[in-house]
Design a protein around this ligand. Structure first.
Ligand SMILES: *[C@@H]1O[C@H](CO)[C@@H](O)[C@H](O)[C@H]1NC(C)=O
Ligand SMILES: *[C@@H]1O[C@H](CO)[C@@H](O)[C@H](O)[C@H]1NC(C)=O
Ligand SMILES: *[C@@H]1O[C@H](CO)[C@@H](O)[C@H](O)[C@H]1NC(C)=O
Ligand SMILES: *[C@@H]1O[C@H](CO)[C@@H](O)[C@H](O)[C@H]1NC(C)=O
Ligand SMILES: *[C@@H]1O[C@H](CO)[C@@H](O)[C@H](O)[C@H]1NC(C)=O
Ligand SMILES: *[C@@H]1O[C@H](CO)[C@@H](O)[C@H](O)[C@H]1NC(C)=O
Ligand SMILES: *[C@@H]1O[C@H](CO)[C@@H](O)[C@H](O)[C@H]1NC(C)=O
Ligand SMILES: *[C@@H]1O[C@H](CO)[C@@H](O)[C@H](O)[C@H]1NC(C)=O
Ligand SMILES: *[C@@H]1O[C@H](CO)[C@@H](O)[C@H](O)[C@H]1NC(C)=O
Length: 401
C-alpha cells in the first residue's frame, strides 16, 4: 500500500513538472544571451568625407572576440565581415592606397594573427529581361546588364541602427537601387518588417530595393547577381532548409543558406541567409510577396571580382570568389512594372545561421493546446491517487461492521 501511494505521488509530481516545463519553454523559448558592444565609425582615420565613397566601420566587441563590419560603395557595394579572436583588434586604412584601388593591404585588421575568418558580399550586377511569355526564365531576352560598380552612389546616410546607400545608373532615368545595412546587432532579435528575419549578435542584415526604375519592357523582371569573396573558405554552397511557417513569414516554408564550410567538416564558418521572398511594395505585406529563386553558386574569377570592389581589392591578397543570381518573380506573378518596386532582405554573419523557432503566439497556442490536457491529466491523476488512498482506509474500518 505504501508503494502504491509513493508511485502515485511520483507520477503526479512528474506530470506536474513536465507540464510546468512545457509551459515555461513556450514562454521563454530561444533567447541567446550573447551581447556585443558596438561602436560606429565613418571613414576611419580620414577627417574629410571620402572622395570616392564612404567607408563605414562597425566594431562589435564580444567577450573574447571582435566582429568588424565594413561597408563601402567604392566600386560595387560591398559588406566585409572580419572575425578576430581578441577584443582589441582594430582596422587600419591606408587611404591614398585604398582610393587608388591598386593593391591589396590598404585595409588591414590588426593584429593580423587574430583574424579567424572573413567574408565579403559584393552586389555586382543588376540584370533585366523581357519575360514576353510570362515564364520567368531569366536566361531569355536579357537586356544589357547594369554594372553596380558604375553607379553613382550617394553618401552613406546613417541612422541609429542602420546605414543606407542609394545609387543610380545613368540609364535609369529615374528611380534608384538602394541598400540598407542594419543591425550590426548587439543581441538577438527579429526585424520589425517582413520577412521578419531572426538575427543574432553575430549577424548583420542587408536589405536591397529597386524603387521607381523605368523598366525597359512592360514585362520586365529583374535578377541580382551577388558575389561572395573569402580567403581560404569562401561561401560555396547553398543549402535549403525547411522553415517553420508561422506568423512572421506566412506561406514561406523554406530558408536558403549560402554557407562556407571548413575543409572536411560540416561546421558553418559564415553564411548569407534569406527567405525566398521579395516584396513589390515598400511596406512589405503578404499580398505584395513575390517569390525569388537562386542559381547554383559557381566559382568566379577572384581577381575580376576583386576589381569591382575597392574593399575586396584592399583586403584580400588572394581573393577566392563564388557568385550566384537571385531572380525575382515566378511565372504568372505580376511584372516589375506593376508597382515599380522590389525589395529583398538577407542576413550575413559568422558561425551557424540562426534557426527559426515557433513564435510566442504559436507557442502560447501550443501551450494552451497541450497544457489543457496536461492539467486534466494531472487533476485526473490526483483524483485517482486520492481515491486509492481513501479506499484502503475505508477497508480498514470494515471489520467493525
Ligand atoms: C575570455 O577570456 C577570459 C580570460 O582572458 C576567460 O576567463 C574567459 O573564460 C573567456 N571567455 C570565453 C567565453 O572564452
Ligand atoms: C599602382 O601601384 C604601384 C606601386 O604600388 C605604383 O607605382 C603605381 O603608380 C600605382 N598605379 C596607380 C594607377 O595608382
Ligand atoms: C588567436 O589566434 C592566433 C592565431 O591563430 C593565436 O596565435 C592566438 O593565440 C589566438 N589568441 C587567442 C586568445 O585565442
Ligand atoms: C515565346 O513564345 C513564342 C511562341 O510560343 C516562341 O516562339 C518564343 O520563342 C517564346 N519566347 C521566349 C523568349 O521564350
Ligand atoms: C546605357 O546607355 C548606353 C548608351 O546610352 C548603352 O550603350 C548601354 O547599353 C546602356 N546600358 C543599359 C544597361 O541600358
Ligand atoms: C556569436 O559568436 C560568439 C563567439 O564566436 C559565440 O560565443 C556565440 O555563441 C555566437 N552567438 C550566436 C547566437 O551564434
Ligand atoms: C507600365 O505600366 C503602365 C500602366 O500601369 C503603362 O502605362 C506603361 O507603359 C508600362 N511601362 C512599360 C515600360 O511598358
Ligand atoms: C582543402 O582541401 C583541398 C583538397 O582536399 C586542398 O586542395 C585545399 O588546399 C584545402 N584548403 C585548405 C584551406 O586547407
Ligand atoms: C547571372 O546571370 C547572367 C545572365 O544569365 C550570367 O551572365 C551570369 O554569369 C550569372 N552570374 C552567375 C554568378 O552565375
Amino acid at each position: 500500500m505504501a508503494a502504491t501511494s509513493r508511485s502515485c505521488r511520483v507520477s503526479v509530481l512528474l506530470m506536474f513538472v513536465s507540464s510546468v516545463l512545457s509551459l515555461s519553454l513556450g514562454l521563454f523559448s530561444g533567447g541567446d544571451a550573447y551581447r556585443r558592444q558596438l561602436s560606429v565609425q565613418l571613414n576611419p582615420g580620414l577627417p574629410l568625407p571620402a572622395p570616392g565613397g564612404d567607408l563605414l566601420h562597425v566594431r562589435a566587441v564580444g567577450d573574447n572576440d571582435t566582429l568588424h563590419f565594413l561597408f563601402c560603395s567604392q566600386g560595387a557595394p560591398t559588406l566585409l565581415i572580419v572575425h578576430t579572436n581578441t577584443s582589441s583588434s582594430t582596422v587600419k586604412v591606408d587611404w591614398p592606397k585604398f582610393e587608388a584601388r591598386n593593391n591589396s593591404g590598404s585595409v588591414k585588421v590588426e593584429p593580423e594573427s587574430s583574424v579567424l575568418y572573413s567574408t565579403a558580399i559584393i552586389f555586382s550586377r543588376l540584370l533585366e529581361y523581357d519575360d514576353v511569355n510570362n515564364t520567368a526564365d531569366p536566361s531569355s531576352d536579357l537586356f544589357p546588364p547594369y554594372e553596380l560598380q558604375g553607379f553613382q552612389w550617394s553618401g552613406l546616410s546613417l541612422s541609429e541602427e542602420s546605414a543606407q546607400l542609394c545609387g543610380a545608373a545613368k540609364n535609369f532615368s529615374s528611380g534608384s537601387f538602394c541598400l540598407q545595412v542594419s543591425g550590426h546587432f548587439a543581441s538577438e532579435g527579429r526585424d520589425q518588417s517582413m520577412p521578419h528575419l531572426l538575427h543574432t549578435a553575430n549577424t548583420s542584415q542587408i536589405k536591397v530595393w529597386l524603387d521607381g526604375v523605368l523598366p525597359r519592357a512592360a514585362r520586365s523582371r529583374f535578377v541580382l547577381e551577388v558575389q561572395a569573396v573569402g580567403g581560404a573558405y569562401p561561401l560555396s554552397r547553398v543549402e535549403i532548409h525547411r522553415s517553420i511557417d508561422d506568423e512572421f513569414t506566412p506561406t514561406i516554408f523554406k530558408v536558403s543558406q549560402w554557407v562556407s564550410l571548413a575543409n572536411g567538416s560540416s561546421d558553418v564558418l559564415g553564411f548569407l541567409q534569406w527567405k525566398p521572398v521579395a516584396y513589390r511594395r515598400s511596406n512589405p505585406a503578404l499580398e505584395y510577396a513575390t517569390q525569388c529563386r537562386h542559381s547554383e553558386p559557381r566559382r568566379t574569377n577572384g581577381e575580376e571580382t576583386a576589381a569591382q570592389s575597392a574593399l575586396v581589392k584592399a583586403f584580400y591578397a588572394e581573393p577566392e570568389s563564388f557568385g550566384l543570381n537571385v531572380s525575382f518573380g515566378t511565372a504568372g506573378e505580376p511584372f516589375y512594372n506593376s508597382t515599380r518596386f522590389l525589395s529583398w532582405t538577407m542576413l550575413v554573419g559568422i558561425g551557424s545561421p540562426p534557426v527559426d523557432s515557433f513564435s510566442p503566439l504559436v507557442m502560447s497556442m501550443m501551450a494552451v493546446g497541450l497544457g489543457t490536457p496536461m492539467i486534466l491529466l494531472l487533476l485526473g491523476g490526483v483524483y485517482v491517487c486520492v481515491r486509492k488512498r481513501a479506499a484502503p482506509s475505508a477497508m480498514a474500518y470494515e471489520p467493525i461492521n
